[in-house]
Ligand binder design. Structure first.
Ligand code: COA
Length: 698
């Protein structure tokens, strides 16, 4: 449960920019974490007041030590606690007395090792006292703006524009160290730990507003509140570059999608699609993340501009054009313009197309000339400079020239991206000066394309289908009152009618004679289905008999249906049978919606029928109440060509199938009672869809 807004500090500003800060557990022993944190805070240049706390008192690292927090007379905004878990609660009580708004609990020994009670205890106490907690089980925070390094990292951190949120301690610490060797620097770093209170959404929201954070990099294993996270992400990723690495195969608490399609699509797919819809980029490894951060934080905006490539190697030039095409990166294409502008710098055996090939005989001076010309060229906004090591190229001279030009590019707000194939010695010159440096042509264009990618945002807000929700609720409440979590077939039929979803003509019968009359009324062929609240997967139970052509077959099928059901579950209570019109032809789809504890309502569609688990052609998304999204889901299915009309056949009624998914999503979203709803098969034909089998779980 989240803290009540009213009792808590509204903004995290003073967490990152505290006016006074205490370290409880500060130690004179350099091997202890409490010592390292204090040392980092002092050496990092933090200019607010620092209060080390330790019962032994004395002086540590030149600072007067207080025996207890309550002895400090000044305002403290942040308290860093680095004492064993058992002592944390006592320290927290002092934090409450001192009215400290933010407390960082470094200590391990809570829910991560199963000690949930202690964590609940500190969490509840903090909540009652109006304290916002970070942690427990964290390595601290870093804030470039206030020169605050309240972590136990190696003290050296490179300052810059990347804000990082890390759920992994070890990884976060190594990322801080890596910021020194990479080109980018950090504006902030926050360790989430066990997330007893503050979580990824709180920090995402804060960094979204923090002007010093231009890029946000999140490493998470799971999100606490999926709906809030993606709502916040959509807002922030529209304005800033947000990269996300999500490790671990499960988001905490999320069941693996639908009961029947459970094995088909996990919540990871939902997470993936939500990230890209929010406009953030999901990266799969750290190198890819660093490369994108380097490019974005140093080269600036690479969006919506055509790229010019300069190379001294024809082959590399071809690789570059291939990569540009592969990753959909537009190249500057006015070749006459290039000839007039750059022809004079290129030997007769070179090429003035794009890539411009200044040939293998190019010297550092030749690069300089062409780069300076492109710097002054108003039409060129992104320059990719490729260079292959040759015996006549002086690397030192080249890097000196390139760096000089690169800084002018930066001032002119143009992008200069350098890729060197061969000698590595040049790399450190670039990294030291904080310029992106590539050794793979493909990575250059894959990165440009990732940053260029149009955000697939759906700006429309959630609109639910117009349905008789009140009547549906009354129907479902009656079922719930009988303590059932599934519906009888006649109730399902009623629900389908209320949803205005086509279904075959069907009648419920409690006994044979009545069932036979129903079959005659409908007209053969008919379908017989078992009706039992204990049998959910009817087909598996032998509870469905198809294509019954006459009275004789009806009798046999009825008897077999009862025997099969009894064999499947001898304790099952059989309420009766359902006799329905036999629908043949069309194509079988599966559609459904369910409530997910992390992401809210999820919807699915795909190839249905009994081969669902074999073909696994399923699309799964978060329900955003936008029909376009559902059309996209159908579009990404492998069966798309069949639905669109295969070999001259006409297209199937996809709009009606979309409408069904939209209605199911709306119902699950609106209703507090429905947990899950699935139609399999939903027969799709050229001009209609018909729900053959329908399941609802409350
Ligand atoms: N107020 C202030 N100081 C107190 C105190 C109190 N109530 N109780 C004890 N202290 C002092 C101790 O006397 C000690 O100081 P000293 O070195 O001068 O004797 C200091 O606080 C630290 O306590 P100590 O018992 O020595 O613990 P420690 O430093 O060995 O370990 C933790 C403390 C928090 C680092 C350890 O319990 C822990 O959780 N380590 C894992 C941290 C971690 O990995 N976090 C996650 C990272 S991602």
């Amino acid at each position: 449960m989240k803290f009540q807004e009213s009792t808590l500090p509204k903004d995290l500003y003073y967490l990152f920019n505290p006016r006074g800060l205490a370290v409880v557990g500060a130690s004179s022993d350099p091997s202890k974490i409490g010592h390292t944190i204090l040392k980092n805070i002092i050496e990092g240049g933090y200019s607010g007041n620092i209060y080390p706390v330790n019962p032994k008192k004395g002086i540590i690292l030149g600072k007067k030590v207080f025996a207890r927090l309550t002895e400090v007379n000044s305002q403290i905004d942040v308290c860093v606690i680095s004492v064993p878990a058992l002592v944390v609660f006592d320290v927290l009580k002092d934090c409450a007395i001192k009215k400290i708004p933010f407390v960082l609990i470094i200590s391990s020994g809570f829910s991560e090792i199963g000690n949930k009670e202690e964590e609940e205890k500190i969490k509840n106490f903090a909540k009652e006292s109006g304290i916002r907690l970070l942690g427990p089980n964290i390595f601290g925070i870093f804030s470039a703006k206030s020169y605050l390094n309240a972590t136990f990292s190696g003290s050296c951190v490179s300052r810059g524009s990347v804000a990082m949120i890390s759920q992994s301690g070890a990884l976060g610490l190594s990322l801080m160290a890596k910021s020194v060797s990479e080109s980018f620097g950090l504006s902030a770093m926050v360790s989430l730990g066990n997330k007893a209170d503050l979580d990824e959404s709180d920090f995402l929201e804060y960094f979204g507003k923090d002007k010093t954070a231009k890029e946000i990099f999140i490493y998470i294993e799971g999100v606490t509140d999926g709906e809030r996270f993606f709502r916040t992400l959509s807002k922030v990723a529209g304005k800033k570059l947000v990269l996300i690495i999500k490790s671990g195969s499960s988001v905490r608490g999320a069941a693996a999608a639908f009961s029947h399609t459970g094995s088909l699509a996990g919540e990871d797919i939902v997470f993936d699609s939500l990230i890209s819809r929010a406009g953030a980029i999901r990266v799969t490894d750290l190198n890819q993340a660093f490369s994108l951060l380097n490019l974005h934080s140093l080269a600036g905006d690479v969006k919506k501009s055509e790229t010019l490539i300069v190379t001294n190697g024809g082959g590399v030039g071809v690789l570059a054009s291939d990569s540009a095409e592969k990753f959909n990166v537009p190249l500057f294409s006015d070749l006459n313009y290039l000839k007039n502008k750059y022809g004079a710098f290129i030997p007769s055996f070179g090429s003035v197309k794009n890539p411009i090939d200044i040939t293998g005989q190019a010297l550092a001076e030749d690069y300089l000339k062409i780069l300076e010309a492109s710097l002054k060229d108003p039409k060129i906004k992104i320059l990719v400079c490729l260079c292959c090591q040759t015996a006549i190229l002086d690397n030192r001279k080249l890097s000196k020239y390139l760096l000089r030009v690169a800084s002018k590019f930066k001032k002119a707000r143009k992008n200069f991206i350098f890729c060197f194939i061969g000698a590595r010695d040049i790399e450190s010159h670039f990294r030291n000066q904080k310029y992106p440096f590539y050794q793979s042509v493909e990575s250059v264009f894959s990165d440009i394309s990732k940053l260029n990618k149009e955000k697939n945002l759906v700006s429309k807000s959630k609109v639910l289908a117009k349905l008789p929700y009140k009547e549906i609720n009354n129907l479902l409440e009656n079922v719930a009152m009988e303590k059932r979590n599934t519906l009888y077939s006649f109730e399902l039929a009623e629900l389908l009618d209320k949803l205005s979803i086509n279904r075959p003509k069907s009648f419920f019968s409690e006994e044979y004679k009545d069932a036979l009359n129903s079959a005659k009324k409908i007209g053969f062929p008919v379908v017989l289905k078992i009706v039992s609240k204990n049998i959910i997967h009817k087909t598996e139970a032998g509870g469905v008999k198809l294509d019954i052509k006459n009275e004789l077959e009806f009798k046999k099928s009825f008897n077999r249906l009862m025997q099969d059901a009894g064999r499947y579950d001898s304790h099952a209570i059989i309420e009766g049978v359902d006799v329905s019109e036999m629908v043949s032809g069309g194509f079988e789809l599966i559609v459904g919606a369910k409530k997910d504890p992390i992401f809210g309502t999820l919807i699915t569609c795909g190839m249905g029928g009994k081969y669902v688990d074999i073909f696994k052609d399923i699309s799964l998304r978060h329900f955003d109440g936008v029909k376009e999204t559902i059309f996209q889901m159908f579009n990404e299915l492998k069966i798309r060509p069949i639905l669109r009309g295969f070999r001259g056949e006409s297209s199937m009624d996809i709009p009606s199938a979309v409408e069904v998914v939209y209605k199911l999503g709306s119902l699950v979203d609106k209703s507090d009672l429905v947990k899950e709803i699935e139609i399999n098969p939903l027969i799709i034909e050229k001009d209609k869809v018909i729900a053959l089998d329908f399941r609802v779980i409350l």
